[in-house]
Design a protein around this ligand. Sequence first.
Ligand code: PHE
Length: 337
Amino acid sequence: MDYLETQLKKLAKETFLSLKKAKGKEELENFRITYLGRKGALTSILRRVKDLPLEERKISGKRANDLKRQLEESLKVRLSQLGKKREVEKFDITLPGIKPESGHLHPITLITNEIREIFQELGFEMVAGPEIETEYYNFEALNFPPEHPARDAFDSFYLAPDTLLRSHTSPVQIRVMERRKPPLRIITVGRCYRRDAIDASHFPVFHQIEGLMVGEGISFSHLKGVLTYFLQKIFSPDIRIRFLPSYFPFTEPSAEVSISCIFCKGVGCSSCGRSGWIEILGAGMVNPIVLRKVKYDPEKFTGFAFGMGIERIAMLKYKISDIRLFWENDLRFLEQF
Ligand code: PHE
């Protein structure tokens, strides 16, 4: 009965492979039915064993029964493993879920949005200008004559002889006035670049916000009103504001604007150098020379401008002691905003 022997061998191989492949309860049950069920392949071989001559019946019968036992045993093991695996995978659906991490805005973006909203309430329109400027827009049109010592104060990054990374946002004033006729009320926000040595309050890249209002009858008191409204809104309604005479080539008169120290309320502390005041921005009336450069009639139109560092405002408002933190992208810092 070679024939049955061969079949048994083939079946042993086949069952070994298909048991290995069978996954899950259902597939294992299918396996059982296919081979061990009432009409299963092995069952039918076993049924035929009794018709064999005695000698062969002994050998093949034992083989077939061994295989049957083996398969039943393996199946049992596989089924029990299945149960165990389930146990491990079981989870408690009543446990609180894990919130997916979501990104959020950088503190500089947050403060910029806040500043922009305040000026938009006052009717200022947001405009943009290029970060790569010519000497004309960065200096000359703003009344920094060639070789003027004030150019040294803005130790700039030159990309080519007449091309530099803007050292302030004031060139946007010129670009806007060249394009438009007064009255106008604009603000612009953007990156500026200066060759400053890096320390807790200096970084070669920083952000400025610049404002410009030009029209008929615009006076210094409008500037005071707008800046007072803005500074009290961004810091606190009870701060006081101080204007001191200053100098910028593009404004005349010019002012350096301070707020009463937000930490000591003007009494004097280490944050304000014991003076009670914190300098916060530069401002002034647009110099008639500048107005003439953009072909505005200074007899008819006057205007004011102001500019301030956004990092400085953010540092004061959020009590950040080091400007470098804005650029390090350390999540432990960023996640606090
Ligand atoms: N551009 C000046 C600066 O960077 C600030 C300023 C802007 C002053 C507008 C007056 C008017 O320091």
